[in-house]
Design a protein. Structure first.
Length: 310
């Protein structure tokens, strides 16, 4: 069962008002959304997005008894401005983006995210998109695969792993998650294989990120989402990869340094000089040791939050 990460810290920063509007832009199984709904109360509105229709249905089931109204929408969080426009909502009080993959997704053999099962190479978060991990690996060139493994997985054995994957592919032996894991084990000498985590962990992460284009257009997306906040509203982002966290950091920093245009003829210089966002987390907040022990998948999480300036 999925355990939402840093729920207490997320709620402390977001703190949505009773009767307000909150967005969980990556609702997953609904753990954070449940806490948001309790704060919003009967007169509030929860907008729940997920690019995974299966997870959205699970969230709707898990959140059946929440006190507030809710909209459940199959969409990528990067499309939040368009979603709000469709709903005719100008601005919201709180936005949460949790960029992690749910345990339910990782633990479902059919989804192909994990090396624990010999399953089809799928790895799609949105199963309506055409490109699976199998399709990606069938057509990718060696230099591109090396780059993906290095950039998205931080894999120091990227080149030998990429060669092993392509060799197996050319032999018709790259069809399942078991085949992919076997290629990694072939490529890394046994004495250098880590004991703490499975040697294929970084490769699976990198290919999943590439399949789902998880790092595409992040900085402009966060800047656009900040524009969806009411004055005083807060955006919180949970990132699990250094490239994700860097995009959030840069977007927040850019908006904290960017001044708003003067509003109205008599707007003062002070009003014009106010930034778009006020950063609430100069350094990212990380989970406590107790939480990591209880939920090891939280270990790489970094939380950043910012408030829409008045």
């Amino acid at each position: 069962m999925h355990k939402p990460v840093m729920v207490r810290e997320v709620m402390e920063y977001l703190n949505p008002p009773v009767g307000g509007i909150a967005v969980d832009a990556t609702v997953g199984a609904g753990g954070h959304a449940c806490a948001l709904a309790e704060r919003l109360g009967r007169d509030g509105l929860l907008i729940a997005l997920d690019r995974d229709a299966q997870m959205l249905a699970l969230a709707q089931q898990n959140l059946a008894d929440i006190p507030c109204m809710a909209h459940y929408i199959h969409a990528d969080y990067r499309n939040l401005p368009e979603v709000l426009q469709e709903l005719q909502i100008k601005a919201v009080d709180s936005i949460l983006v949790d960029m992690g993959v749910c345990s339910e997704q990782l633990d479902d053999p059919e989804r192909g995210f994990a090396f624990r099962y010999d399953a089809p190479l799928d790895m799609r978060l949105d199963r309506e998109q055409p490109t699976t991990a199998y399709h990606l690996l069938q057509r990718i060139r060696l230099p591109d695969l090396v780059r993906i493994l290095r950039e998205y997985g931080g894999e120091q054995w990227a080149k030998p792993i990429a060669r092993a994957i392509i060799r197996r592919r050319d032999q018709g032996r790259m069809n399942t998650t078991g085949d992919l894991a076997a290629a990694v084990l072939e490529a890394i000498p046994k004495k250098f294989q880590e004991k703490r985590i499975h040697p294929a962990t970084r490769t699976f992460q990198a290919i999943r990120i590439a399949v789902n284009r998880e790092l595409d257009d992040l900085q402009p997306a966060f800047e656009a989402m900040a524009g969806c906040l009411k004055v005083g509203g807060v955006i919180c982002v949970l990132a699990y990869h250094s490239l994700e966290d860097r995009a959030v950091k840069h977007a927040f920093r850019n908006l904290s340094q960017r001044v708003r245009e003067p509003v109205g003829v008599g707007a003062s210089a002070t009003e014009a000089a106010r930034p778009v966002l006020e950063i609430l987390t100069p350094k990212p907040v990380e989970p406590s040791e107790a939480e990591i022990q209880d939920n090891p998948r939280a270990r790489s999480a970094k939380l950043r939050a910012a408030r829409r300036a008045g």
